[in-house]
Ligand binder design. Structure first.
Ligand code: HEC
Length: 80
C-alpha cells in the first residue's frame, strides 16, 4: 500500500506502532466487518479527516477526501 508509506502513516501505524496508534492489521480488523455497509464506510472516511476526534494527527488532516476514501476501502478489503 504505497499511500500508507508515502504519507508517513506507517511511522505511527507500522509494527511496532507509535504511542496509542493501532497497527494496520488492527485497523483492518476493525474495518473488514464494515464491508458492504456503505453508510458506515462513508462515515469512517469523513471521520478520519476530522482531526478533533483524534486529538489532532496532522497526517490525518492532510489526507484529501480521495486519499481517505482509498485508504479506508483498502482497509475494508483487509489492508493487504
Ligand atoms: C502521529 C501518528 C499518526 C500518524 C502519522 C498517522 N496516524 Fe492514524 N491514528 C493515530 C492514532 C493515535 C490513532 C487512534 C486515534 C484514537 O483512537 O483516538 C489513529 C487512528 C487511525 C485510524 C482509525 C480511525 C477509526 O477510529 O476508525 C485510521 C483509519 C488511521 N489512523 C489512518 C491513518 C492514515 C491513512 C495515516 C497516513 C495518512 C495515518 N493514520 C497516520 C496516529 C497516527
Amino acid at each position: 500500500m504505497n499511500l500508507a508509506l508515502d504519507k508517513g502513516c506507517l511511522s505511527c501505524h507500522g509494527t511496532p506502532p507509535r504511542g496509542k496508534a493501532p497497527t494496520i492489521a488492527q485497523l483492518a480488523d476493525w474495518y473488514v466487518p464494515l464491508k458492504g455497509q456503505e453508510d458506515q464506510i462513508a462515515g469512517k472516511i469523513g471521520h478520519l479527516r476530522e482531526h478533533h476526534l483524534f486529538g489532532g494527527v496532522p497526517a490525518h488532516e492532510r489526507l484529501s477526501a480521495g486519499e481517505a476514501e482509498r485508504f479506508v476501502r483498502w482497509l475494508v478489503d483487509g489492508g493487504r
